[in-house]
Design a protein around this ligand. Sequence first.
Ligand SMILES: [Zn+2]
Length: 65
Amino acid sequence: MGDLFRDLREDRKERRRTLGVNCPRCADVRPKAHPSILLPGQRCRVDGYRDPRPDDRQALTGEPG
Ligand SMILES: [Zn+2]
């Protein structure tokens, strides 16, 4: 259980590192703050911008979340 949770966290960190992009709207809305990091299909919590890329995670596994 603990190992699985850790693996999931590591996987998320890896995805964030490889697929994450700076939210382009954050640069306009809050130019002095750090922009949100968005994964494919993720929505920015600050300004509502949604990354237009398809969610590769769902394509790979067929399971949401
Ligand atoms: Zn944003």
